[in-house]
Design a protein around this ligand. Structure first.
Ligand SMILES: *[C@@H]1O[C@H](CO)[C@@H](O)[C@H](O)[C@H]1NC(C)=O
Ligand SMILES: *[C@@H]1O[C@H](CO)[C@@H](O)[C@H](O)[C@H]1NC(C)=O
Ligand SMILES: *[C@@H]1O[C@H](CO)[C@@H](O)[C@H](O)[C@H]1NC(C)=O
Ligand SMILES: *[C@@H]1O[C@H](CO)[C@@H](O)[C@H](O)[C@H]1NC(C)=O
Length: 422
């Protein structure tokens, strides 16, 4: 059930709890950088910088279409799928990729090595203390023969493997795609597709599992059952995790929304939440969401004491990006009569019939130890509330490379439907 009136009391209770915990806690070990930071090459920097534009245009394109569903996309991974199309494509099938990535002047070799470098950097589990499993595969129809050179280069740059599949036997095709995705993600993505629409093209598929490892964890005991308002009259029950701390925060009173940035371990990246004050469809915020506005908001955030409550849920989302990429300008690769993917197969016999982009994101309490020294001090007095019990937008921004690792929205988390309260 949803009792807004209880909120303040609970917050006070958590604070008291945390303060008493701090008396027991060991001194925290500050995060130490493991290896000397490598600087990105110029061409990798281009893709990092442009990932925000790709993120926003893809997000906007998808938000327009999908009424009220969750969105979860990794622009840097989408960029690498596009790189794969450029690797296998010739002529304008390949050059369209560069236009979308705003990299028309970049040489082929630098395109591929730049995209590879960026993805390797941001998904490095050691340097970033992140769980991010990314698997990519190109499925071709049974009739295709993959050119050795393509198989080699796509493994090298995009860690992409290859498989032939009889799409005409739809049932077993779906089964084997889902089995591959489940296996690649350690079971986190049991079903990425329910059907295959086109039986004569090639399919690029990404299957990912991402788990943020917070710079400072949520206390595992500060988790309880709450309601999440999908709409003002429809709530689902789920677990929420709570913690108070100093975070970059901005209360945009004009637009009636909050921005909150919570760093991930090693502080190389951060999760930025954009949430309206109250439950409402996200269209209003989405209309505002462009690069200029985002930069303005980021610039206004200030370190603030905030009592944060977030859903502790996992999101599994699978998108077919084929149509959205087409609308961003990838018109040839997806068109059977125009596509030239002859560097894949040696012949002009392939087109891209789907681009499945599937990710599981697990919002959890895990992270590095909390710096408890500020608890009970003036710094945390009268915290602002960030109570994420209604739809919000989020971006996982990489600070080191300035790229966008994920963009998405949570509008309908998993959970039992609650009896309507309002
Ligand atoms: C495209 O790249 C150029 C520099 O190469 C830059 O000035 C421009 O802002 C970029 N456009 C977008 C939409 O990112
Ligand atoms: C595509 O094939 C042509 C030869 O047909 C070759 O010159 C070119 O290097 C290939 N491109 C890639 C990226 O392999
Ligand atoms: C992150 O670091 C902690 C210890 O600092 C470690 O226990 C944990 O396994 C690491 N997680 C990942 C994903 O590297
Ligand atoms: C970005 O959004 C803001 C706020 O909605 C708007 O004022 C501005 O004109 C937009 N800028 C661009 C470049 O679209």
């Amino acid at each position: 059930m949803y009792f807004p009136g209880l909120l303040l009391n609970n917050t006070t209770m958590w604070l008291t709890f945390l303060v008493s915990l701090s008396l027991l806690a060991k001194p925290s070990s500050a995060a130490t950088a493991t290896s000397a930071d490598k600087v990105l090459s110029n061409h990798a920097t281009i893709f990092a910088d442009n990932s925000a534009s790709l993120a926003l245009s893809l997000y906007q394109n998808m938000a327009k279409e999908k009424g009220a569903e969750n969105i979860l996309i990794s622009p840097v991974v989408v960029a690498s799928s596009l790189g794969l199309v450029a690797l296998g494509g010739k002529g304008s099938t390949a050059s369209q990729v560069k236009t979308i990535l705003n990299a028309s002047k970049v040489q082929d070799e630098q395109l591929h090595s730049g995209l590879a470098e960026l993805l390797t950097e941001v998904s490095d589990p050691k340097a970033r203390n992140v769980t991010w499993k990314i698997s990519s595969r190109l499925y071709g129809p049974s009739s295709v023969t993959f050119v050795d050179e393509f198989v080699k280069s796509s493994k090298k740059h995009y860690k992409c493997d290859h498989s032939k599949i009889n799409f005409r036997d739809k049932k077993s095709a779906v089964k084997s795609i889902n089995e591959w995705a489940a296996k690649s993600t350690g079971g986190k993505l049991p079903e990425v597709t329910k059907e295959v629409e086109n039986t004569d093209g090639a399919m690029i598929i990404n299957a990912m599992f991402f788990k943020p490892h917070w710079d400072e964890k949520f206390h595992p005991k500060m988790v309880d059952d709450r309601g999440f308002l999908v709409t003002s009259s429809h709530a689902v029950s789920l677990q929420m995790m709570h913690r108070t701390g100093l975070f970059d925060f901005y209360d945009d009173t004009t637009n009636k929304l909050y921005l909150l940035s919570m760093p991930l371990a090693q502080k190389k990246s951060t999760v930025v939440f954009i949430m309206p004050y109250h439950v409402e469809p996200l269209e209003r915020l989405e209309k505002m969401l462009n690069k200029t506005q985002l930069d303005t908001w980021m610039g206004k955030m200030k370190q603030t004491a905030v009592a944060v409550s977030l859903p502790k849920v996992s999101m599994e989302v699978s998108h077919n990006l084929q149509k959205h990429l087409q609308e961003l300008g990838l018109t040839e690769a997806v068109d059977k009569s125009k596509a030239d993917l002859s560097n894949v197969s040696g012949k002009k016999d392939l087109y891209l019939s789907s681009v499945l982009h599937a990710a599981a994101l697990e919002w959890d309490t895990h992270g590095n130890e909390i710096d408890t020294s500020i608890f009970g001090t003036e710094k945390l007095k009268s915290p602002k509330l960030f109570y994420a019990d209604h739809p919000f937008i989020f971006l996982i921004k990489d600070k080191k490379t300035n790229s966008v690792l994920f963009i998405g929205r949570m509008v309908r988390p998993k959970g039992e439907k609650m009896k309507d309260e309002l």
